[in-house]
Design a protein around this ligand. Structure first.
Ligand SMILES: [Zn+2]
Ligand SMILES: [Zn+2]
Length: 537
């Protein structure tokens, strides 16, 4: 018997975390990700773990994305002293990403504390600090994929390529029973077929139980060739008008995919001779890690290396690490391609580029990633004529290209095909998906492959036996969220902020950027409350 408790990444795409317990009392964690998406998800990050972090000796980490790794520093802060088994590139990427995440936590807490002070409220502690992240990095134990290891007696494991981002892995786990063992497979996030840079997901043939991601369980991606053509069109458009091409992109994988495609355009002589700026310190560090890990490339990327090229380089590419270099980009007139974070235009250097260029007719904005509701990126994609950036109303005159083919996730077709490799008819648990996506995929898997499926809820405990499963409801029922109280609290906040702001505007003629941003933030919170109400009714 093996018990698996779904502590995150169940019924949602963030917070991935699964506690695995054996009959012999062994415990291991699979992933330890951050919950993301508004205040209510955020609150889950601060909750009690539901287990003692000191009692865990092994944490398996499938990949570096924050929704899988972002709570590790908190786990360490709360007493975890074990080892984090992961692939070598994941360990490297995690080292830069956890420090970045700690920095974000620290500055958010500082900002909240300042805000609270004005209302005579207390200090806000960050979820974790840079020190905690550094301690977490010390626990990383890189292990090459494709070899069976036994991190502790009774638990054997093997990492397999998941083809999602550099270093991403599927986890095969064998948990010892009295005389036999049960095999549980965690897919991690799976990449799509023929994705750039990384190899296709490893085909797994047997498992007793499979935990399968379902992010795009109800969707099919657009063709990648068409996406590349659109990217080139966006570049040619702005170049002809003498304006800039803005590409908001996530630092890991998406940025390198864009560089890879630009490199390909260059080698084929199709890229206009204009400067290209990688304007994100985190993406620059990540790109260096990609360059140093050639042995994990797929054969197309290796072929480029064998011809003597760096797949992420071209003559006009500049890394702009310092703030001064970043500012200089917009001081120079004329066309250029600017890749900057963050991917949803809500923070980071991309906001400066939008402020300088979004209102300029002839510039282009290329959206290559998912834009969550409530983000600036989403508003632009939805056709807003104006957006607020640093408190200013900026007109959207740039031509917006929304390119859908750059996903790093398997779509419904890829997922069905991958599941089809299993010959052992495993019971499938659909995780890491919004409920509509998981449900659709579950139906498809049952119809196509005849496998039994189940969609676990958050905190649900599954008792896996060789031939049957038992499902334990969460120990204490999750109290329904009190939307009325949340709404009233948000309104109290808004009232007091408006009062302060009114005073300030009366006192001096110019409204400061920070004040307007504060008001914007509160409006976002109101919106998040409203969205939770409507999605739960
Ligand atoms: Zn991922
Ligand atoms: Zn994920």
């Amino acid at each position: 018997m093996v018990r698996v408790t779904c502590l995150g990444g169940a019924g949602s795409v963030t917070g991935s975390c699964y506690l695995v317990e054996s009959v012999q009392g062994k415990r291991a964690l699979v992933d330890c990700g951050l919950f993301q998406g508004g205040k209510q998800m955020d609150e889950r990050n601060r909750r009690d773990w539901g287990f003692d972090p000191k009692s865990i000796n092994t944490l398996f980490l499938t990949h570096a994305h924050i929704d899988h790794s972002g709570r590790i520093p908190k786990l360490v802060k709360d007493g975890f002293k074990g080892q984090i088994i992961t692939s070598p590139p994941t360990a490297e990427l995690c080292s830069i990403m956890l420090l970045d995440a700690a920095h974000i936590q620290e500055s958010e807490a500082e900002w909240q504390t300042r805000k609270n002070k004005r209302k005579a409220h207390g200090e806000v502690q960050p979820l974790y600090t840079t020190e905690d992240a550094e301690a977490a990095i010390q626990c990383l134990r890189p292990v090459e994929r494709d070899q069976v290891i036994e991190p502790e007696p009774g638990i054997r494991a093997r990492l397999r390529n998941a083809g999602h981002i550099l270093g991403s892995s599927i986890l095969e786990l064998w948990v010892e029973e009295n005389l036999s063992s049960l095999k549980v497979v965690f897919s991690g996030d799976l990449g799509k077929k023929d994705q750039l840079i990384v190899r296709d997901p490893h085909e797994v043939f047997d498992a007793d139980y499979l935990f399968l991601e379902s992010t795009y369980g109800n969707r099919l991606h657009r063709s990648f060739e068409a996406s590349k053509a659109e990217l080139l069109e966006a570049i040619e458009y702005a170049t002809a008008k003498g304006e800039k091409v803005m590409i908001p992109a996530f630092a890991v994988e998406r940025t390198q995919e864009i560089l890879y495609v630009l490199g390909e355009f260059h080698r084929k002589g199709r890229l206009p001779d204009i400067p290209i700026f990688l304007d994100s310190p985190l993406a620059i560090k990540a790109t260096r890690i990609f360059r140093n890990n050639k042995k994990y490339y797929d054969k197309e990327a290796m072929a480029i290396v064998d011809q003597g090229f760096d797949p992420f380089d071209m003559p006009n590419l500049r890394f702009t690490e310092s703030t001064q270099e970043s500012i200089a980009i917009n001081q120079a007139p004329g066309p250029a391609i600017v890749i900057a974070g963050n991917g949803m235009c809500t923070a980071g250097r991309i906001k400066h580029h939008l402020k300088h260029n979004l209102w300029r007719e002839g510039s282009s904005l290329v959206i290559v990633g998912f834009q969550a509701q409530g983000t600036t990126g989403r508003r632009i994609v939805d056709g807003a004529k104006h957006v607020k950036i640093f408190g200013e109303n900026v007109a959207v005159k740039a031509k917006v290209f929304t390119i859908g083919g750059f996903s790093a996730h398997a779509d419904q077709g890829d997922l069905l095909e991958w599941v089809g490799h299993f010959e052992s008819n495993p019971r499938v648990f659909l995780i890491h998906g919004e409920s509509a996506a998981s449900k659709t995929l579950a139906e498809k898997i049952e119809a196509t492959h005849g496998m039994k499926t189940h969609i676990p809820r958050w905190k649900e405990r599954l008792i896996l036996k060789p031939k049957e499963i038992l499902i334990e409801e969460p120990a204490e029922a999750e109290a329904p969220l009190d939307f009325q109280a949340a709404m009233l609290n948000a309104m109290v906040d808004l009232e007091s902020e408006i009062k302060t702001l009114r005073k300030q505007i009366k006192a001096r003629p110019i409204v400061s950027e920070e004040d307007v941003e504060r008001l914007e933030y509160l409006k976002e919170e109101m919106k998040a409350v409203r969205e939770s109400v409507s999605s739960n009714q």
